[in-house]
Design a protein around this ligand. Structure first.
Ligand code: SF4
Ligand code: SF4
Length: 202
């Protein structure tokens, strides 16, 4: 039988008299560093439902569906923590920078996978000419605030803000109004395609 090397013996003796390196979890709570990447959490005051985080999620833990049959039409963004790898791309690429952040919550073990899923709904803004999805209403209002005076160059943003203030309730409906472009369409919320046709034809 080979004798243990002296170096290994020395390390073993030191380890016996050293403080332990492991935690006592679950007997005691495990405290993680502040920059720990744990469960992503939405801040629904800051999230505008733009979907940028969905586009960068590498595992499809974030998914997005536009439900046009709902009344009113909504965008549903779902987070499934059982497929999240806590990479932080969603936080890094959030349009508003505060819509989603990785928390320090890490103990997500459960026997019910569905409890790891959450869905948030955002009302959609449809083109008032053709009914195509433009984005969420919150996104348009965020753009209006972000652009400041420059927003006056875009009638759709102005009307979206006016609708929120209920100054122009007659343009609040977003029913498609037919194929023909008319001058009054300048004062409607239009998708890029209809706006382009309007600018070319009139
Ligand atoms: S942390 Fe990464 S995997 Fe998890 S939801 Fe965000 S982007 Fe997707
Ligand atoms: S990128 Fe940010 S603002 Fe946009 S949907 Fe994701 S969390 Fe919300």
């Amino acid at each position: 039988m080979r004798l243990p090397k002296l170096r290994e013996l020395k390390e073993a003796v030191i380890a016996v008299f050293s403080p332990r390196f492991t935690t006592r979890f679950p007997a005691e709570p495990c405290v993680v560093p502040d920059n720990f990447r744990g469960k992503p959490e939405f801040d629904l005051d800051s999230c505008i439902g733009c979907g940028a985080c969905v586009n960068v999620c590498p595992t499809e833990a974030l998914t997005m569906v536009d439900d046009l049959q709902a009344d009113p039409p909504v965008r549903k963004i779902t987070l499934r923590c059982d497929t999240c790898i806590f990479c932080g791309h969603c936080e890094e690429n959030c349009t508003t920078e505060d819509g989603i952040k990785l928390s320090t919550t890490w103990d997500l073990a459960t026997l019910d996978k569905d409890s790891l899923s959450e869905t948030h709904e955002f009302e959609l803004q449809l083109c008032e000419k053709c009914g195509a999805v433009i984005g969420t209403k919150k996104h348009l209002l965020w753009l209006y605030e972000k652009l400041g005076p420059k927003a006056y160059a875009n009638p759709s943003l102005l009307i979206a803000k006016s609708n929120e203030l209920t100054m122009k309730p007659e343009v609040a409906a977003h029913q498609p109004s037919g194929e023909n472009i008319e001058a009054k369409d300048f004062m409607r919320i239009l998708c890029p395609k209809c706006k382009c046709e309007l600018n070319i034809q009139l």
